[in-house]
Design a binder for this molecule. Structure first.
Ligand code: HEM
Length: 484
């Protein structure tokens, strides 16, 4: 009998889910929790039989959801660190393994790949009958060569040792071992290092300096319980049913599920971002009704202050609480948290219900699971623009088209969402190369409609590459050569 994917709030040792969790890769329902990772992109070069035999043998090293849980228990018991491993394939990877098409994941974006700018998707809430050809507005010519060329798959290694040196050693040794194993099977096209950055309070931050990874859909009882203790659910329910992130793996058995992965290497222009925030703060102070600084202007862009405080909940007097139990019911006109701010664009928390009378479940069904990590130089105050710094954005979802692409295209890149003339998301919104961008409208005073100020803010994050992948079941990886 297959599992009921409408369920949420699941105990990790629920007997009904043991077979599923033993076969499901880790890092999907709960983040792997390590501070360092390597993303190893590869392209198969061998013949399909040899390729399949190697994947089948490597399947034994992939960490399942259950194994991840056992690793957590063993760490708590005796501080024993263990390597975490995910394995994912792109559509060209399925082709190179010669997997019969009936076993391929169905998602249209997965089948086309991220580089294909000609393919059309339904990106309007009720289906788009004249979809744009390039829903993400990417400029693939600007991508790094590893991503402009064919990517067949990615192995994610993650480790968190007692010292940075130990961690580097373990990860580098594993990469060297993989290079040897893959000789004659696949070419490693990129080894991308990622690491978690933290602020002085040990909270995870991204390169602009804001606390990140706060709001994510939750599936397990332990995670929901923790979030409940951190503020409750009275104004925002973080629970999500398994079908937000899981789909049946067409190549597995009855208990086999997988997830679609969106990978995007996003470079951040830290110096440019803060320079423009200074300008925005000066403009708001001059034309608005309140004197503000760059940090406040940054909170208007992100939707949260650097310490994670949602700007809809608090003005600029420094109250600090990392907090997810909020919505925009007391800010229906976007006068505290602008409609265009990054967190409001990517999780409107009821705006679409108010604006379009759309059922809340539809809005919630767009949620993605974020498992990204930073890359590059750790200096948050660089001397020049566009340094080697940014986010390895990883989102997991049951449908790339209805979740990630919809969120990026129909919300972040859409100047008319959630109301006319809202403007694009100032962090990650992008228009077609060469197209004009209209200014966003900023509240001149927290919670006050008088004195709105028009100011264009965008262009400080650019895409260096990416791919759509599928993280299949372990059963599938173990039995590739038996599929016919
Ligand atoms: C370099 C690029 C990016 C940066 C610096 C960034 C930064 C942030 C920050 C600081 C938060 C608030 C903390 C949190 O709730 O975790 C956030 C939330 C979020 N971001 Fe991003 N982000 C980036 C790219 C993206 C992209 C490409 C998407 C999807 C299209 C996205 C989707 C989300 C979502 C869904 C949330 C949670 C919103 C909520 O539930 O309140 N982010 N991001």
């Amino acid at each position: 009998m297959s599992a009921n994917l409408n369920q949420t709030n699941i105990e990790i040792d629920d007997p009904n889910f043991q077979a599923l969790f033993a076969d499901l890769q880790g890092n999907i329902l709960k983040g792997h929790g390590r501070d360092d990772s390597r993303h190893i992109f590869f392209r198969f070069t061998g013949n399909s039989d040899e390729n399949c035999r190697w994947v089948e043998s490597f399947a034994g090293e992939v960490t399942s959801t259950l194994a991840q849980h056992q690793q957590i228990l063993s760490y708590k018991r005796d501080r024993h660190h263990q390597l975490f491993v995910n394995f994912m394939l792109s559509c060209s990877g399925y082709l190179a393994l010669d997997i019969p098409q009936k076993y391929w994941p169905q998602d249209k974006a997965f089948r086309s790949g991220m580089k294909d700018l000609q393919v059309c998707y339904d990106t309007l809430p009720r289906g788009d009958h004249s979809p744009k050809s390039n829903p993400l507005n990417d400029d693939v010519q600007q991508w790094e060569s590893a991503f402009r060329n064919r990517v067949d798959g990615m192995i994610l290694l993650a480790y968190g040792g007692d010292s940075a040196r130990e961690t580097r050693q373990i990860l580098d040794d594993k990469v060297s071992e993989l290079k040897k194993q893959l000789a004659g099977i696949a070419e490693i096209t990129l080894v991308q290092a990622g690491y978690v950055m933290r602020n002085e309070k040990e909270q995870v931050i991204e390169h602009f300096g804001f606390v990140d990874g706060v709001s994510n859909p939750k599936f397990l009882f332990s995670d929901l319980n923790e979030e409940f203790k951190n503020g409750g659910y009275s104004r925002n329910d973080p629970s999500a049913s398994l079908n937000t992130v899981l789909v049946k793996d067409p190549g597995g058995d009855n208990n086999s599920y997988g997830t679609y992965v969106t990978y995007r290497k996003l470079q951040q222009n830290i110096k440019g971002f803060w320079k423009k925030l200074d300008l925005l703060a000066n403009t708001l102070s001059e034309l608005g009704q309140q004197k503000v600084d760059a940090e406040y202007a940054g909170a208007l862009c992100v939707g949260r202050f650097k310490d994670g405080t949602p700007i809809s909940e608090q003005g600029n007097d420094g109250w600090s609480n990392l907090f997810n139990n909020f919505n925009y019911d007391d800010d229906v006109d976007g006068l505290r948290c602008p409609f265009h701010s990054h967190t409001r664009k990517t999780n409107p928390r009821g705006d679409t219900v108010r604006q379009f009378n759309s059922p809340p479940t539809i809005e919630q069904s767009r949620r993605i699971v974020r498992r990204g990590i930073s890359f590059g130089d750790k200096n948050l105050n660089p001397d020049s623009e566009w340094t080697d710094a940014g986010l390895l954005f990883i989102s997991l979802q049951a449908s790339i088209v209805d979740q990630f692409i919809f969120m990026q295209h129909t919300w972040c890149n859409n100047e008319g969402f959630v109301r006319e003339n809202t403007g694009i998301d100032p962090l990650v919104g992008q228009v077609l190369p060469g197209e004009n961008i209209q200014p966003q409208s900023w509240p001149g005073k927290w919670g006050n409609g008088a004195g709105k100020v028009d100011f264009e803010f965008s262009g400080f994050v650019r895409t260096l590459g990416g791919e759509y992948l599928f993280m299949p079941s372990i059963h599938f990886l173990r039995h590739l050569s038996t599929l016919d």
